[in-house]
Design a protein around this ligand. Structure first.
Ligand SMILES: *Cc1c(COP(=O)(O)O)cnc(C)c1O
Length: 382
């Protein structure tokens, strides 16, 4: 008999989600907007320290709105890490704009500060000053925010911070997603907390948040009839979905602590294998360890690759996944510029693997997983 499947990251309800949903049913708030949406936005601000939050239908919608609010349009360029999920990039293309991909650095796996500077200077030299800088905190690990924000100030570039994977993580005590002019969160099914699907924009500026809410609800002008002078979007979160979010936010700290514990367990129980290293954490930052990521050093692994491990886990019905495939290597984005002299993202993709990291994984599952990884190496060395 095949053992029950172990997923990379599966939803983990806290208990109060249904209470908020019942309240919505009791008052017939089965619509977009309503008390759960207001409550969820307020609580997101409390948790992150953001000035304002807009609850939206997805993280992708949040990125799209952020670009629209910065005026990114056809032909404009946006600096963006190559090492990310496609949802960071797709909305740039929705706007007819051009993503300019930049490689990662090994100390954070996120956008490399030097390559970013090189890209910005080169685009300016070509008379194509970028319209915005997109920063992503991959796997809940902080990018080098101080250096990146300094670059942004120097070149007068607004920053969009894609913290879709980084809710609950901090840089020098400040929540990720609150450094940029606009920050993005996702509550998709596999994220650290989930609403089944959803996202949010974090903003400090009151005019901008009003603009975001206006655009996200079909851009209705202030009139008794339906009056429109701009293109709008249907991007708001529903009151039911926001109820799940409120229940999930109550347990965010526990979820982050458990993910960090899982990371530490993997690190400790695989420490004797010199071919395995783990994702970094910059001093002064606290990641949420959304997914535990390992990288295989093939000079020390005796022929074992990340694929050997992935397939061995797969045979036991355990899901694992290579790290994100860089965007400049994706057929759909191949025509866009790329700045990277070391190809760090490509190297991480080739050698890296995400291990099951859900906060609801029992200890016995973790032991099974590390047992299989150890066995792969014992067999390999025999
Ligand atoms: C999940 C994710 C998104 C998109 O969020 P959705 O809510 O799924 O639309 C954007 N960027 C990154 C880095 C993500 O991991």
């Amino acid at each position: 008999m095949q053992a029950q499947r172990i997923y990379l990251s599966s939803p983990h309800m806290g208990g109060n989600e249904l209470k908020y949903i019942h309240e919505a049913f009791d008052h017939n708030w089965i619509v977009p907007l309503g008390p759960n949406v207001d409550g969820f936005e307020r609580e997101l601000c409390q948790v992150t320290g953001a000035g304002y939050a807009a609850a939206l239908s997805s993280g992708t919608a949040a990125i799209h709105l952020a670009l629209i609010m910065l005026g990114v349009g056809p032909g404009d360029e946006v600096i963006c890490p190559t090492f990310t999920f496609s949802a960071t990039v797709n909305p740039i293309v929705y706007q007819g704009a051009v993503p300019v991909f930049v490689d990662s650095g090994y100390s954070t796996w996120n956008i490399c500060v030097n390559e970013t500077r090189r890209a910005i200077e080169d685009r300016i030299r070509m008379g194509r000053k970028p319209k915005a800088l997109m920063v992503v905190h991959l796997y809940g690990q902080s990018a080098k925010m101080q250096e990146l924000m300094e670059l942004a100030v120097q070149f007068d570039l607004p920053v969009i911070e894609d913290a879709a994977e980084a809710l609950g993580a901090t840089y020098q005590g400040q929540a990720l997603g609150t450094f940029g002019k606009l920050g993005i969160l996702s509550f998709n099914g596999n994220k650290i907390i989930t609403t089944s699907g959803g996202g949010a924009l974090l903003i400090n500026d009151q005019t901008l948040i009003e603009k975001a809410r206006f655009l996200a609800t079909q851009a209705r002008d202030n009139a008794p009839h339906y009056q429109h002078s701009q293109i709008g979007y249907n991007y708001r979160m529903s009151n039911i979905v926001a109820g799940i979010g409120r229940g999930q936010l109550e347990v965010l700290t526990e979820r982050v602590n458990r993910r960090r514990e899982i990371f530490e367990y993997y690190q400790k129980s695989l420490a004797h294998l010199p071919a395995i290293s783990f994702s970094p954490e910059l001093p002064g930052t606290a990641g949420n360890r959304w997914l535990t990521c390992i990288v295989i050093d093939e000079a020390k692994s005796g022929g074992i690759t990340r694929e050997t491990i992935r397939l061995a886990l797969g045979e036991q019905n355990i899901e694992s996944r290579p790290l994100w495939k860089p965007m400049h290597l994706q057929p759909v984005f191949a025509q866009y510029p790329y700045y990277g002299s070391r190809n760090v993202a490509e190297d991480l993709f080739n050698r890296g693997l995400c291990l099951p990291s859900g906060s609801n994984l029992p200890q016995s599952d973790l032991e099974r997983i590390t047992g299989i990884v150890r066995e792969v190496f014992e067999k390999g060395q025999a």
